[in-house]
Design a protein around this ligand. Sequence first.
Ligand code: GLU
Length: 261
Amino acid sequence: MYKSLVIKVGTNVLTRPDGRLDVTNISHLVDQIAGLKRAGISLVLVSSGAVGAGREVLGAQEDFGEVARRQVLSAVGQVRLMELYRQLFAGHGLYCAQVLATKGDFRDDLHADNMLNCFRALLLDDVVPVVNENDVVAVSELMFTDNDELAGLVARMLKVDALVILSSVDGLYDGPPEAADSRLIQEVDAGDSSVLRFVQEKKTSFGRGGMASKLEVAIQTANADIPVLLGNGRRQEVLLNLSRGTWPGTVVRKVNEARSE
Ligand code: GLU
């Protein structure tokens, strides 16, 4: 069984179709995360949803330029999001902490070491780090492609046993996910790039990343010896499968790697 995890949750899992935070699903995810912690698993949560939460708080905004708008929505929304996580984790007797990062923090060794030390100290104190991109200052070259990239970097920095990426689909399909004859691909060999031909162009509504970027991050991370589990964050008790030894999604790994889930 995995002893350490990074779990990344996308905006489409955290918000409803109207863009408002899906408190019911967030609460269900926190319940599952608390269950994994009780089972002794060390974990870091990478959570999107700040911009969505900001949209919910401020409502329709006058358009004052895309960058400034994203900054305002994320600045306001991150507070709303963390307040919700604080309350939900407290319900399980757990503390959570906010960690915001930009791409620059991974480029230079000093910043990366500082961040690694902070993660280690938080985990030692049994606090759940909740990581997001620092959208307020991450503009142009400081921006990650999306939070999938950020989650992959955190997983590699912490050398965790697995990275879990939850979105609103079960995983990678061999055709359009909504088509009746498409089948879920249960295992992908990170050494076989031909699998990229299965990626559908269409991206789900609110998040920044799509399946292409998820698979790219998954292949890179798996090639660094960290298996990646793509799954549906709206599936009941999806995370509890991690302790059951089955995964109802796509697992990306090096095929010669020993199986441990
Ligand atoms: N950092 C963004 C947010 O919290 C999400 C980025 C993404 O969709 O990957 O809203």
